[in-house]
Design a binder for this molecule. Structure first.
Ligand code: A2P
Length: 325
């Protein structure tokens, strides 16, 4: 599989399996099946609530000699409640224990949002609400600057527990500030990215500062339909131009959307629990979109963000918590 060269020299496979919303009961099967099909990049997070099952799938695959640990690229993410210096290493150690690994390839700050600490014994993963049983449950923020969290993450690299560091859901200003205060530069920025949310300037800025981009939700609305955060009409896969391009190449609309991301020099992490779609999402390396096709897909941009804490945190968690404006 094609890879992106990171600032550390490590190589990130351009297609990974996104593990967000894969039910715990399916996760170990899906991870093992994906490895058998050729997936080598897995995008996990404490907050997804399925790291122990992901670890089981990885361990099964290694035991069955489908791959070795070094063949895999495993990403995980620090949850918002663990941004304080003293909580960063225990959070990573819990993730490693669940994943049954002794190092991560990439550890990301999940959101530029610091929430009040919730101990493991109280709730894991803690999710967004500080106290779901409170009379008025809400998100409680904590005053932790990003540089405090980052310097604690840098210690994880020095301890050999993590090979690369990165962030998710940052814009250009915050990313520049992080670079200015870091000893170890971020290798990767993970952002929502599909033809309805192209983020041309952010991707261009990342190239300029040598930070690789991973696009989550690369298929667009799909993951948000079941959450009531998108309508079927929002689907980029139904766009006539995407369907026509797909037909021209004998590929599916999903493969065209993924290929568009890869050809722009980003990596993509589509989620699927379905073996046929898992295979389909990996089968994107035997065709090339023309420049004209790339432009017409990019022209679909509507700056439509499905995953926006400035919207969902208020409707679902009673807290106005914008980060992109
Ligand atoms: P499923 O898990 O049943 O396959 P994204 O990662 O962009 O958020 O997209 C994930 C959503 O899109 C899920 O609902 C997933 O459903 C669906 N999906 C994954 N792969 C494909 C595909 N190749 N074609 C259509 N839908 C897909």
């Amino acid at each position: 599989m094609k890879t992106l060269s990171l600032i550390t020299g490590d190589k990130l496979p351009t297609t990974g399996l996104g593990l967000w919303k894969i039910p715990g009961t399916d996760t170990s099967r899906v991870v093992k099946e994906a490895i058998a099909m050729g997936y080598r990049h897995f995008d996990s997070a404490c907050d997804y609530g399925n790291e122990a099952e992901t670890g089981e799938g990885i361990a099964d695959a290694i035991a069955d000699k489908l791959c070795q640990r070094e063949d895999l690229w495993i990403t995980s993410k620090l949850w918002n409640t663990y941004h304080r210096r003293d909580h960063v290493r225990p959070a990573l150690e819990r993730t490693l224990k669940d994943l049954r690994l002794d190092y991560l390839d990439l550890y990301l700050i999940h959101f530029p949002i610091a929430q009040k600490f919730v101990p493991f014994e109280k709730r894991y993963p803690p999710e967004w609400l500080f106290d779901p049983d409170a009379e008025h449950p809400a998100i409680q923020l904590d005053k932790v600057p990003i540089h405090e969290t980052w310097s604690a993450m840098e210690e994880l690299v020095k301890a050999g527990l993590v090979r690369n560091l990165g962030i998710c859901n940052f814009g250009t200003a915050l990313l520049q500030d992080l670079i200015n205060c870091s000893q170890i530069q971020p290798s990767v920025l993970q952002i929502e990215r599909h033809p309805y949310l192209v983020q041309e300037k952010l991707v261009r800025f990342c190239k300029q500062v040598n930070v690789a981009v991973t696009g989550f939700s690369p298929l667009g609305a799909g993951s948000y339909l079941e959450l009531g955060m998108a309508e079927p009409a929002d689907s980029v896969l139904k766009e006539p131009i995407v369907k026509t391009i797909a037909e021209n190449h004998g590929k599916t609309a999903a493969q065209v959307a993924l290929r568009w991301g890869i050809q722009q020099g980003t990596s993509v992490i589509p989620k699927s629990v379905n073996p046929d779609r898992l295979r389909e999402n990996l089968d994107v390396y035997d065709f090339e979109l023309t420049l004209g096709e790339m432009h017409s897909i990019s022209a679909l941009d509507r700056n439509h963000r499905f995953n926006d804490p400035g919207v969902f945190a208020e409707s679902a968690f009673n807290t106005f918590c914008p980060i992109y404006e």
